[in-house]
Design a protein around this ligand. Sequence first.
Ligand code: GLA
Length: 671
Amino acid sequence: MPQSPTLPGPHILYGGDYNPEQWSEDLWLKDMQLMQQAGVNLVSIGIFGWSKLEPQEGVFDFQWLDLLLDLLHQHGIQANLGTATASPPAWMAHTYPETLPVNAQGTVYGFGSRQQYSPASPIYREKAARLVRQLAERYGKHPAVVMWHINNEYGCHIQECFSESTAQAFRGWLRHRYGDLQTLNQVWGTAFWSQTYHQWEHIQPPRMMPAFPNPTQVLDWRRFSSDMIQECMQMEVDLLREITPHLPVNTNFLGISRAVNQRALAATEDVVSIDIYPDPAQQNAPQDTALQADWARSLRDGQGWILMEQAPSQVQWRAINQPKRPGQMRLLSYSMIARGAQGVMFFQWRQSKAGAEKYHSGMVPHTGVSSRIWQEIQSLGQELKALPTLKPQMKAKVAIIIDWDSWQALEQDSHTHNHLKLLDQVQCYHQALWKENILTDLVTSYHDLSPYQLVLTPSLPILSETAAANLRQYVKEGGHLVMGYFSGITDQNDHIHAATRHGSYNPLMCDVLGIRIREFSGHDPEEALLLDNGLHASHWSEDVELQGATPLAHFTHELYPHSPAITRHNHGLGQAYHLATQLKADSMHQFLKTVLKTAQVKAPLQVPEGIEVVRWEDGTLFLLNHHPTPQTVTLPEPHTDLLGGPSHQSELFLAARGVAILQPQPVTVAP
Ligand code: GLA
């Protein structure tokens, strides 16, 4: 297999989305000078440039982009060139209204915002391909261009389209998947509510319906919709690899999200890039950032990744938007570098003066270079430039499982509890681990789990035989598994597992867990569920019968009185825990601390709460102080701070929101 082209380097990539088409050309030169001052080495350009590149159908204007790329090159700034397919121009909506997306109610989305295309539309794809080909042929060898930025945040606004041409594509996708209607009817369980299909043409997307839609139809629809987006991306990847095989390709993901199957899309690109926008007003901003960074690192199994967008300060798209605190942008940037980011990029370079994002911060704010934002941007850029080349390599000992299919099934309606959100559960596990400074990967139930000492599954309703066999083997060979409630209920078609009739839900795993699950119930999220060991829970309870497992806590609720809420079971060389409820954050923390001990997973360093620590395999140690006040950390051995702090013997002083990147000091042997 040919090797993927590698990232431009060796320094951390630093820059942002640059949209000079919003400004007159006399400002461009000034921008270049400011970029140099800020240590910018990469900008993403042309992402929303389609209407300027092809103002009329088939009439291209590349002059401005020629000039821009030449200017960038003259100033030593590299370009991550957008393929500009994220927002088709007005002529597309006008001449080809059939390319516009349609929602489940049949309403056609209009022009005047962005992402107004139907991913399955053959016309959109044809016009996008023509544009990408032109860009690749013209700029593939331009010395400023070092990478392709495909489209923008696939699925951010449009994840599915209910147009007629999409309905046709759906039928084609189903024919390919199932071959005949009999199989489709069986897989969709259409014997229920008289839904049996006798002709392919009768199959429709799950548009508005009088009552609950068929869950497997919806699941297939979500799979299909993600595949349509992936096909768009693959079309661009194929063209770019054909014409410019020397340039890496990437698309920027919309943070951690189920909008599209990001793991599948990541497999088609050379490098993962992602956009991370924690809310600075929320206490969990550091942990939210860490979770998304862990996700980015995990999407291509540990490969370095690029933070393609973060806000220099405030965004404009939440109901209420607060700026990042002094020092917070730098701190969060380093926390992502600690977790494998090889690029720290922003949305966007110059804050817009018009349009829907004019209140979104920019690296160059409305108020110019006298602002705090600019000072922080400039000083971080210069600091990163001075860093030696970093080679992130880390091995997490803990993994959380996220299966995209199961996520889709969990968040459908007509369930026992229609407010279960996978990310809430992931967040709860991850937060407890983050507090303990335990680095975590996010994997699937099909991954090789042997590198991990502890594996956690939030609710995993769909569990296939293959996945169950993988989890079983993991425990048998000595792994520690924590399996969450509402797991292992259905097969890959979202049908209740046939073996459930032998007396237990989660039948493929119940012997590993040493329990029988006879029944389950949803609870109002506000209802407190107290366990008899003092832990607090909510949302869910299960009627559990012990079949060899040891109970660690019981429900006190009248529904399943004395039923084990937390159990532990030895299986083979390992241990399997079961959580029959949703532990509250503090209780989850308490519980996981004991599990970490049993699984012998240790933090790299003992530090005060609120100090984030990440250790790389080469001994590099990141210390991040998330407090607005200074903190002191005790170090076991002398280190050198790559950020210029003094060499430390045993006490390290971390400023408010301060960072240290420590490397062990070489031992000097006396002559
Ligand atoms: C997303 C988009 C950008 C911009 C930012 C604003 O990440 O990719 O184009 O809209 O949001 O936060």
